[in-house]
Ligand binder design. Structure first.
Ligand SMILES: Cc1cc2nc3c(=O)[nH]c(=O)nc-3n(C[C@H](O)[C@H](O)[C@H](O)COP(=O)(O)O)c2cc1C
Length: 152
């Protein structure tokens, strides 16, 4: 785990449609089109909080930033978040991603099954990070920024 990530690093953007592969992998993701001027962290897997701007609802997330090299389908960098605690789809909504920690490098896996196994571990690590003091601090900062108080 890498704690060098700037505390309270975050980006905002709109949720757009991805390749539609995530459901089949068991990790459906919201693809986020980062706002122009947003500083997108380097390609990697991260833990972070997802704030839905329309409602202020916050979800736990594991964030993938990269070109999905396992599938070789693009050279574009995608910002995707798998929310642990909801199966809502929020296409068109605006969200804020608040990064807590970097979990690992993005990997070109030999098979989708290898990716699924790694993602399962990522989510477990991400849950622990979000529940840690550091995770709570970032959540407090995110909620302060949105003018709300911590309620969970
Ligand atoms: C927790 C997690 C970890 C991921 N790790 C990798 C990775 O190491 N390598 C990779 O190629 N893609 C990785 N991905 C991205 C998936 O390839 C991507 O979510 C999937 O292809 C679905 O893309 P779509 O939303 O455009 O359909 C990861 C996604 C998640 C949610």
């Amino acid at each position: 785990m890498d704690d060098t990530l700037t505390v309270h690093a975050h980006l905002t953007g709109a949720v757009v449609r991805g390749a539609g592969r995530g459901h089949g992998l068991g990790f459906p993701t919201a693809n986020v089109a980062a706002d122009p001027g947003s500083r997108v962290p380097p390609s990697a897997i991260y833990s972070g909080w997802v704030v839905r701007h329309s409602t202020g609802v916050v979800h736990q997330g594991t964030i993938s930033i990269g070109s999905n090299p396992t599938f070789c389908d693009t050279t574009d960098v995608h910002v995707e978040v798998y929310c642990h605690d909801t199966s809502d789809e929020f296409y068109g909504e605006r969200v804020g991603l608040w990064f807590v920690a970097r979990i690992r490098d993005t990997v070109k896996f030999a098979s989708p099954d290898d990716l699924i196994r790694a993602a399962q571990q990522d989510v477990l690590r991400s849950e622990a990070v979000l529940a840690s003091d550091r995770g709570r601090r970032v959540l407090t900062g995110a909620l302060d920024a949105y003018g709300k108080t911590v309620s969970n």
